[in-house]
Design a protein around this ligand. Structure first.
Ligand code: DGJ
Length: 723
């Protein structure tokens, strides 16, 4: 049994062939954390709890001053009496008291994983779930801690359910998804941080006393911080050492924090951000938190990433897309912006067809008076000056030419200058008497309002129901302000941020279930809401508005800690690059874009015959290697250094591809060998360009000589077949 309960010692042991997670019940009441790490095949309690009479400790039993919940490792925090470390939850009753005393009440083990109502969650194949119920007898409240163990992955997912069985409402001021008390704080803290066009920079710093946190109060998970934290041993590298990774499956305001406490242990906590949250739980109501993922690697960061990749690709993204290859696309944005006409688009489609491109995506600008980014969001009717035969006419012709057709939407937004706003000035999020703050000259629709959710479902349905759209790019280009509305009473205004996310999930769930074969691409000015919550509905994300190949090596490396290449939209764009002005070779732009979910974003009618011939070659080359890139294992061989050198490896049972990017050319180029590290040491590999044969262990350890590269931003690929 992967999850077992030892009645004599009151121990729960969650164990698969890679990890163990152990929970104890102390004094019949208190849930203590005993262990998380590599699998222990038979646990006998060697790591005793430390029971010491510590100064300033509070004791549930006044006779026993060695027993304090403020110094023991716990599975959940306590509130108002016994534990002073960061809290995983906080409740307030109508009398204003903020105290609870939850005690162990029972457990259940099931072979299935319950779906979390209204929230995205991992699917339950090959899992077992432990549910531990705690009760506060004074107020008649319940808390269920859920732990799902994945059979074939070093993963446990967690969420919490709060239940009000009393006869008065309770206010959840904080409803965390998980916490984990670890006996040591001797870790490096890893987080992913960034900004628009500079997403997913990995930061690594030693934990130190006090609280370190990343969070969002922007209404979305944000490009600023990813709902992710890892704790790595000091010597952990890409291929060696222990690391624990934690990620929240949620797309709104989150918090992920670690407290290094007084006796050198630490507490990690993760969930909805309590700064912008409160929830009124009426009698008999339940509140379920988003799911948090706990992932363990004993062999470095690459293994941690591979577990995330496989978890999300096999247990999170919509089933239809889990094993389906993704088309090579041409997106109109950087090549056309707002200025196009059906005729000019069809010319591009014809050329795209000749080049072997498979999907044509019409980006922003096709609706209402959308001739720039100051207006018309919400006016989802076709601009017939640009598209005289509407979407149907365009889509039909594109299909006749043999390409798939995709369309851009930004459903959550409304421009002040739009018909929709003139009809429904009360639809954006707003607080009476305060001005509506614009961002990119637009406002955010109040998705907590079911009427607006239904409007969005109906709008999308109208376009999708005829089956003429194969792909949708779902954009979201600003954060939430004036988070309020007139519909909810004063004591529920703080629910709106979370209600917004639930509303968004309802729209996405309805539409993506209704049209499972439509490929949805998630986007928020690029990777501004690139989180597992969105991946549950949309299997790929436009990773960044920055299309410069040099910058992209860093951004794609950053996202690769969590998401596989197939999820990471990446396009070849024109030079000088529109974001940073850099000129990089077409071959390099191709190599970097092909290392993600591949496409083009330039006006192909303006390219020279030579460039078009090269694009045709790139497309053909990618098709040859697509299966490996989209479904193979991905490894970071060299993360971008100061010069910008970066190397990635794609491998499956039959073949291997290396993508090497040289960054800025340097004088006196250093001697460098690229070690492949992860190949089968016993196997032989044949270079498909030169036919040379090498053993896996010589490639892994001796490495490949990096040739002299005398130009900026050069790159090359190497392809080997396993023989
Ligand atoms: C932001 C996206 O990231 C871009 O790719 C493009 O779709 C624009 N929005 C359109 O407004």
């Amino acid at each position: 049994m992967p999850i077992s309960y030892d009645e004599t010692r009151n121990i729960f042991h969650l164990k698969n062939n890679q990890i163990s997670y152990i929970i104890g019940i102390e004094k019949g009441k208190y849930l203590v954390h005993r262990y998380f790490g590599p699998k222990i095949h038979s646990y006998h309690g060697v790591n005793e709890l430390q029971l010491i009479n510590r100064g300033f400790s509070t004791n549930p039993d006044p006779q026993d001053r060695t027993f304090s919940l403020n110094t023991l490792p716990l599975e959940t925090s306590t509130q108002g009496s016994l534990d002073f470390r960061i809290a995983n939850y906080q409740l307030r009753n109508p009398q204003g008291y903020r105290i609870t005393a939850f005690e162990y009440a029972g457990y259940q083990i099931t072979n299935e994983k319950p779906k979390l109502p209204g929230l995205p969650s991992l699917s339950g194949a090959n899992t077992q779930t432990l549910e531990i119920t705690l009760k506060d007898a004074q107020q008649n409240l319940e808390m269920i801690l859920r732990y799902t163990l994945f059979e074939n992955l070093p993963v446990i997912s967690r969420s919490v359910e709060y239940i009000n069985k009393s006869s008065q409402p309770i206010y959840l001021e904080n409803a965390g998804s998980m916490m984990l008390d670890l006996p040591s704080a001797n870790y490096d803290l890893l987080t992913l941080n960034g900004a628009h066009t500079n997403e997913a920079n990995l930061s690594r710093q030693a934990l130190h006393s006090g609280i370190q946190r990343v969070d969002s109060t922007r209404g979305t998970s944000s490009p600023q911080h990813q709902p992710f934290i890892a704790l790595a041993d000091k010597y952990t590298t890409e291929d060696q050492g222990a690391v624990m990774g934690f990620q929240l499956i949620y797309s709104g305001n989150f918090i992920a924090q670690v407290e290094v406490e007084q006796y050198g242990s630490c507490r990690l906590q993760m969930g909805i951000n309590p700064d912008t949250f409160e929830w009124k739980l009426s009698p008999n109501e339940h509140f379920v938190t988003p799911e948090a993922v706990i992932n363990y690697s004993d062999t470095g960061l690459n293994k941690l990433s591979q577990t995330f990749h496989s978890l999300y690709q096999n247990y999170l993204v919509p089933v239809y897309w889990q094993k389906r290859t993704r088309p090579i696309l041409l997106n109109t944005w950087e090549g056309n912006y707002f200025s196009f006409h059906e005729k000019t688009l069809l010319e591009q489609v014809k050329t795209a067809k000749e080049l072997g491109i498979e999907l044509f995506v019409l980006d922003d600008g096709w609706f209402g008076q959308r001739n720039d980014d100051t207006q018309a969001l919400g006016d989802w009717y076709v601009n017939q000056d640009k598209l005289p035969q509407k979407i149907t006419g365009l889509a039909d012709q594109i299909h006749e030419l043999g390409l798939l057709f995709g369309l851009w939407f930004e459903p959550e937004m409304i421009s002040k200058n739009s018909q929709l706003f003139r009809q429904h000035p009360d639809w954006p999020l707003q607080v009476p008497a305060y001005p509506l703050t614009e961002g990119r000259r637009q406002l955010v629709l109040d998705l907590s309002n079911p009427e607006i959710q239904d409007f969005l479902i109906a709008t999308l349905d109208e376009y999708l129901k005829n089956g003429e759209i194969d792909y949708i790019k779902w954009d979201m280009n600003r954060h939430l302000t004036e988070v309020g509305n007139k519909n909810l009473p004063a004591d529920q205004q703080k629910e709106i941020s979370h209600r917004y996310v639930l509303g968004l999930y309802r729209v996405l769930e309805t539409i993506t279930r209704r049209y499972p074969k439509v490929l949805f691409e998630n986007c928020s000015s690029g990777g501004g809401r690139f989180d597992p919550g969105m991946m549950a509905y949309m299997p790929q994300t436009w990773a960044s508005d920055n299309t410069d190949a040099f910058c992209r090596t860093k951004i794609q490396t950053g996202f690769s800690y969590l998401f596989p290449p197939i999820m990471l939209g990446s396009h070849v764009s024109d030079v000088p690059n529109h974001q940073v002005g850099r000129i990089t070779p077409l071959s390099t732009r191709g190599h970097i874009a092909m290392s993600g979910n591949f496409g083009y974003e330039l006006d192909i009618k303006k390219q020279t015959p030579d460039t078009l011939a090269k694009i045709k070659e790139q497309v053909a080359w990618y098709k040859e290697h697509r299966q490996l890139i989209q479904f193979g294992n991905f490894y970071r061989l060299h993360t971008p250094d100061e010069q910008g050198v970066c190397a990635w490896l794609f491998a499956n049972d039959q073949e291997v591809l290396i993508v090497y990017f040289h960054g800025v050319a340097q004088p006196a180029q250093k001697l460098a060998y690229l070690q492949t590290t992860y190949l089968d040491p016993q196997a032989l590999y044949q270079n498909t360009a030169t036919n040379e044969i090498f053993s896996g262990d010589e490639l892994n350890h001796a490495g490949i000589l990096i040739p002299r590269l005398k130009s900026d931003f050069a790159s090359f690929t190497l392809h080997f077949k396993k023989i």
